[in-house]
Structure formats: C-alpha cells, structure tokens
Design a protein around this ligand. Sequence first.
Ligand code: ING
Length: 326
Amino acid sequence: MARRLTVGAAQLGAIQKSEGREIAVARMLALMEEGHRRGVELIVFPELALTTFFPRHWVERIEEADHWYETEMPSAATKPLFDAARRLNMAFHLGYAELVREPDGTGGVRTRRFNTAILVNAEGRIVLKYRKVHLPGHAAFDSARKVQHLEKYYFEVGDLGFPVVKTRLGRREEGVNVGLLICNDRRWPEAWRVLGLQSVELVLVGYNTPSINQEAKGWEAHHLRVFHSHLSVQAGCYQNACWSVAVAKAGIEDGAELFGHSIIVNPQGEIVAMADTWEDQLVTYDIDLDRCRLGRVSIFDFARHRRPEHYGRITSQVGAVEPPMV
Ligand code: ING
C-alpha cells in the first residue's frame, strides 16, 4: 500500500517590521486550521516565519537586533503553534532566528545567533533541528545596495551539519526520512547530496527571497528569480530521488519585495503543486513516499553509480581555481 502523507505548503505574505510575532503566529494558526479541514498531516512554514526579514535592516550594535530572535523554543509567542500541533494532530516545520547564550569555556557567556529551522511532530516534540549553513549576502553595511542582505552579520554558519531523521508523520506507523534546508541552501547541490546520502525522502525548505536583484552587480531579468528557485529545488529532488516542500515568505515588507510561488516537487523533479499568490496561501498535496524508490534503484542508485574517488575537489577546495593553459 502506498506510503501517503498529506502535506501543506503554508506560504506567508509580508510581515512588516512593526508587526510582532503574535500577528505572524495568528496567521499561521489560521493556516493550520485550514490545513486540518483539508486533512493536512504536516504543514511547512517559511524561513524566519515569525518576523519580517530583518537582515535587510542594518543596526550598528547587533544587540539592538536581539528582539528578532527566539531565546527558547517553544517561547510564549510560539507555544500556540505547539498546542495546535497536538490539538490538530499535525506536525509542523518552522523557520526562525535562534539566539543561544552558552558558557564560553572561560567562565563567561557567549551569544550565538543562527538562522534555524525545526520539525515538530504531532505530539508537539521537536524531532529535528537545522541551522542554515549557506549564508548569502554580506557581513557589513553595503552602501552600494538598495536593500541590505546582512545574513553574514546576523547569523553564524550552522553547526549541525545536514541531519536526516526517520520520524513518524501522519497516521501511518512507519517513519519518513526527513531533512531540512533553509533558503540559499537550496541552491547548493552539495547540501542536497549530503541529505540524499542519508536516504532522505522529504526535504523541507523555507525561504525569503528578494524578487529583484539588489546586488547592483549586473542585470538579471526578474522572472529568473522564481525560475532559479524552482530549478534548484526540482534538480535537488530529481538528483536525490526525494520530495520537497519549498515555502516562501512573500510580499512587500517595508517596501522590499519577496517572491512567493511556493512549490511541492516530486522525486522526478516535477512541480506537482504551486502557490499562485504572494500572500498567505495553503497549497496541499498527497505525496506518495514510495515514488522515491524508482530513482534509488536505477539512475540514482548511489551505491552502484557514484565514484567518490573522483570527487575530491568538492570537499578539498572552497573557491574555483584556474585551469592549465594547453
Ligand atoms: N535569500 C536568497 C536566496 O538564496 C539570494 C538570497 C537571492 C541569493 C537571489 C541569490 C539570488 O534565496 C536567502 N534568505 O537566502
């Protein structure tokens, strides 16, 4: 019998800088209730779903930004999501800014900041946590940019690797192999392959992606922003024979535009469902996890076809080198 799971891509529209977590949480609860009416067993919220995309704003002292972060999970503001998970028998994925204070080894305390995502099961238990590895943008105010993208300022590189867990989702007893990526991670095939080498079946991705190239480094047609996002997720799914639910925070936040077009992609790389707005929108699909099998026993049977002895550059090099002139 097919291993089916009803998933919901819960796209969020804009969250303005002035809007507190309780507004975002209320909108997410409404999407969970709508999902419950449609039989959703796992709902996926975006990256940094509780607040505006604050890395577009510069502050001189990073402590001025501490209010954008969660120091505990669940926190008072997010506890209603955990309660709803239990009440509606629904797992959820949540992206948020994480602030950790920990001993620094010399008797002091150090503060660490991550762009984080969690998977919470239908019992309200955090079963998977991931901290974003690929941080785009820049680490200091850049006067050349129309809009800042300061993820390298506000977050450390994630220190949890790319974990995959087998966990019960939905009504069936056997587990689902789930992994998480966050936004820019989806553009890096290495990230997908590390998940694929752990037999991932379902990759949950939240994103906040500007719809206009603000880097002032060359021109890029606007439609390519959505194309590149879809291309990255479709390729990741096809090349690792897995499903993905990729969910946007979208809309115009304090004048800065983020695109929506959240998608659900099957292990053949096909988009099977897509949001068609840049607002709060729930897109659902009954995924069949057995569809992951074909790729694994044929073209992407890693054990039979991969040749790691030739892949050394992928982990030994960071940047590209010039080839020899012949
Ligand atoms: N945002 C963007 C993303 O990777 C970006 C940054 C936009 C990179 C467009 C390249 C092109 O989708 C985040 N938050 O990573």
